[in-house]
Design a protein around this ligand. Structure first.
Ligand SMILES: Nc1ncnc2c1ncn2[C@@H]1O[C@H](COP(=O)(O)OP(=O)(O)OP(=O)(O)O)[C@@H](O)[C@H]1O
Length: 565
């Protein structure tokens, strides 16, 4: 929050400046009123004309500054929220995979939309209003003291009473605004879940259930917001009553002073006017301070997202991969006490090709995620050319390893952008990548070729086509290590065979392929097959060696029916 404020310091200075002019200017109107009434009562034509001329110049000028203040404060709100949203988004991107996946994506969406709106309405706007009204309050106080210290004293007494109200409501509001933020996050999460499962809802006739569930969630979210609004209304109501009582007190006391000849009629008008400029701001402050206090937990949440510091990966060493990638005594658990990988010792040499096989759930994907630096909370060590992964510069490490997952994510743009990911590659590089991934012919048949739109998450194309685009996306980057996490599972056997064979032919590439396709021809082409079972390495060697020497692998291999090409 503070950083977002500092980034807009120019606008803040202008807003405060105009606020100062407008607020003090509006208070000085009381003096003009006093002079007009006194001139009329006393029959002083000179004072009347003089005040008239000053008013004709003064009022439009005040209007102009009012307009400038309004524009500046709106620009400040705009700048503040834009900066805040940018900072939160950057903070989210700075997280490592492990930290990112601890929070539901809908929570991030809710923070970027609902929470920032809550902050805009309940923090930024009230803060500006409070500032403006503090100035009006101070200016009114000074002039009132000058006109009648007695009336001012009574007013201040009433004010102290009024100031106790925000502290009564502040805590309750804080709790309720926090509940609104949490509930909106839950609501967004459930909504996202339902929309993502649209296909299942339709195919299993779940529409009625989905509608009912949505109505329930909608009702809960609206009720939580209404509970917070009720507290706000209570705060506003009590403040309003106290404000009116105070104004009445001023009028009666001032009238009494006129009756006893201690105050002029003009001063009464000025005092009433000023008491408005005195009570009004206190009311505004009373209504807005609890709002600001109430939204503090949400501000804290947003700050935590924006100022995220990845303490795991603070490494600055530039990674190199000339020799090997090694795991020693590597163990890992997603949740404490539920070990997924145990005592992994493995050395992968540059340029070699590895097939990682094993029963479902044995930890293959977890292992490659650890090797590529997605998770940091492991025991043991992972080294690139002898240097511990946690000491390496993570951004540079990400430029060394590319992964093709079974579920490919496609951005809603065209094929070219999904391959290049907004980086510049020559036409020749693009052509080579699409040839290697076997999509050149298919693309050439599309009416718009590489410019064909892929649709939301690639919905215009089949799973296999998406995977092949992902292969091209990885190949064009020419990274030294490529992980194929069942990355060809959605293409037909022949195509998978062709793609893998092309990758196997790249001498500089270190390839790690996770596969359930136990095709002896294909597996036989890998330098080594790594057989995993129950979170451990249960065997490493060529296909032949494993089949000869490893009973467990032999059983696994024969049970998982090999598929002929
Ligand atoms: N993000 C996660 N949080 C908690 N547990 C997880 C997570 N991802 C995987 N697991 C668990 O870790 C274990 C290993 O999963 P992993 O995906 O690494 O296995 P795998 O061998 O790749 O499986 P498959 O061949 O079916 O893809 C499984 O028991 C799985 O339930």
């Amino acid at each position: 929050m503070r950083k977002a404020l500092l980034k807009n310091k120019g606008l803040i200075a202008l807003t405060v400046c105009f606020s100062l002019i407008v607020s003090s200017g509006s208070v000085l109107v009381a003096i003009l009123l006093q002079r007009i009434i006194d001139a009329a009562v006393k029959g002083d034509m000179g004072l009347f004309q003089q005040t008239l001329i000053v008013s004709i110049i003064y009022v439009p000028l005040l209007g102009l500054f009012g307009y400038l203040y309004s524009i500046c404060s709106k620009a400040l709100i705009r700048g503040w929220t834009v900066t805040l949203r940018d900072q939160v988004f950057r903070g989210i991107l700075r997280r490592n995979f492990e930290q990112f996946s601890k929070t539901n994506t809908a929570d991030y969406l809710s923070a970027l939309s609902n929470d920032i709106k809550l902050i805009e309405e309940n923090y930024v706007q009230p803060l500006l209003l409070t500032l403006q009204n503090v100035i009006i309050f101070v200016a009114s106080l000074l002039i009132m003291l000058f006109l009648s210290p007695l009336v001012t004293g009574i007013l201040v007494g009433c004010m102290i009473l009024m100031f106790t109200v925000p502290s009564l409501f502040g805590k309750a509001l804080q709790k309720r605004q926090e509940a609104v933020s949490t509930q909106m996050s839950v609501f967004t999460s459930r909504l996202k879940d339902m929309l993502s499962g649209y296909e299942v809802i339709k195919s299993y006739s779940m529409s009625k259930h989905a509608e009912k569930k949505f109505a329930q969630e909608n009702e809960i979210a609206a009720n939580t917001k209404f509970t917070a609004d009720r507290t706000l209304a209570m705060n506003e109501g009590v403040s309003g009553i106290l404000g009116s009582l105070t104004q009445f007190a001023v009028v009666f006391i001032a009238a009494y002073l006129i009756l006893t000849g201690k105050l002029s009629a003009g001063s009464l008008v000025a005092l009433v006017q000023l008491s408005n400029g005195f009570v009004g701001p206190v009311l505004v402050i009373m209504q807005n301070v609890p709002r600001i206090q109430g939204v503090k937990p949400v501000v804290k949440r947003i700050d935590a997202l924006a100022e995220y510091d990845d303490h795991y990966y603070k490494g600055e060493i530039e990674p190199v991969f000339h020799a090997n990638l090694q795991a020693s005594q590597l163990s890992f658990a997603y949740k404490e006490g539920r070990t997924v990988l145990s005592d992994i010792d493995l050395t992968l040499f540059k340029g070699k090709k590895y097939a990682l096989v094993g029963p479902s759930g044995c930890g293959k994907s977890t292992l490659v995620k650890l090797l590529s630096g997605s998770y940091a909370g492991y025991d043991g060590s992972i080294t690139y050319d002898g240097i511990e992964l946690k000491q390496l510069d993570r951004d540079l490490l990400q430029q060394m390893v590319s992964t093709i997952h079974q579920q490919v994510y496609m951005f809603d743009t065209d094929i070219r952008e999904n391959i290049c990911l907004y980086e510049n590659y020559s036409e020749e590089e693009i052509q080579t990548a699409i040839q290697m991934s076997g999509i050149d012919q298919w693309i050439s048949q599309l009416p718009n070729g590489l410019s064909s739109a892929v649709g939301e998450n690639g919905s215009n194309f089949s799973g296999g086509q998406r995977q092949r685009i992902a292969v091209a996306r990885a190949l064009i980057r020419n990274m030294p290590i490529l992980i194929l996490d069942e990355g060809t599972s959605a293409v037909d056997m022949q195509t998978a065979y062709e793609i893998e064979n092309r990758l196997l032919a790249l001498s500089d590439l270190t390839l790690i392929t996770i596969t359930h396709n136990l095709n002896p021809d294909l597996l036989g082409s890998y330098d080594q097959v790594i057989y995993m079972n129950e979170g451990r390495i249960a065997g490493v060697g060529s296909l032949e060696e494993l089949l000869e020497q490893n009973e467990g692998f032999r059983r696994f291999f024969t049970l998982e029916k090999p598929v002929a090409v």
